[in-house]
Design a protein. Structure first.
Length: 100
């Protein structure tokens, strides 16, 4: 992803538990809340200081309750299970969309 790619629209569909993101290259991704939660970039999930992370399971019903901007490069997602420590950069969200 080039640095010029950024979201042009972000919509949360709470009823269907999807985060829809349209990027400046025209690609649109619908990422499930479960997919975003289990792939959180947080240290809790990814691991601290090179140690292995935690496999997150049982999140089929998780939903997003808040989206907070982080500068001009990312968002922080607040999940209804209390998780809110992952910062999702535009690049990471794009990668998740391409890999789903």
């Amino acid at each position: 992803m080039t640095k010029s790619l950024f979201p042009t629209d972000i919509k949360l569909h709470q009823k269907s538990k999807l985060l829809e993101i349209q990027f400046s290259d025209g690609k649109t991704f619908q990422l499930s809340c479960e997919y975003l939660r289990v792939n959180s970039p947080s240290a809790e999930v990814r691991g601290h200081g090179g140690q292995g992370g935690v496999a997150v399971t049982g999140k089929q019903d998780v939903n997003i309750t808040g989206i907070d901007p982080v500068g001009n490069y990312a968002i922080k997602l607040v999940f209804d299970d209390g998780h809110q420590t992952g910062i999702y950069s535009w690049e990471y969200l794009y990668q998740l969309g391409m890999q789903q």
